[in-house]
Design a binder for this molecule. Structure first.
Ligand SMILES: [Ca+2]
Ligand SMILES: [Ca+2]
Length: 109
């Protein structure tokens, strides 16, 4: 796993312990079509915002200076999104291609 993506996930983890209402509110941030579950495209789109925030010079690559801790190998947006798709499939425990609130907030395993 790409370290920067792992760090982004770690920041979101406290939400995993939150109540169902909070989980549903969290899901709604991803669920742009409002169908109550998060597709791979919705997951990648939402989580890619973290990349955009970190990519302060907007060149589509996170250089060492832009990564948490200020070191590491450069990460392209393509690498980042490939990693997000792998995360999505790990979270999609029921293999429906869509995450419900419980799957979305489950600890990665
Ligand atoms: Ca959706
Ligand atoms: Ca950059």
């Amino acid at each position: 796993m790409i370290r920067a993506a792992a760090a982004a996930v770690a920041l979101l983890l406290p939400l995993a312990a939150a109540a169902q209402d909070t989980r549903n509110a969290y899901l709604r941030q991803f669920d742009t079509d409002g169908n109550g579950c998060v597709s791979e495209a919705e997951y990648v789109a939402y989580m890619s915002r973290g990349f955009e925030r970190m990519d302060t010079n907007h060149d589509g690559v996170l250089e060492a200076a832009e990564l948490p801790g200020g070191h590491g190998r450069p990460v392209t947006l393509q690498d980042w999104q490939a990693d997000l798709r792998r995360q999505f499939h790990r979270l999609d425990r029921r293999h429906r291609g869509c995450l419900d609130a419980q799957e979305l907030t489950a600890p990665p395993g």
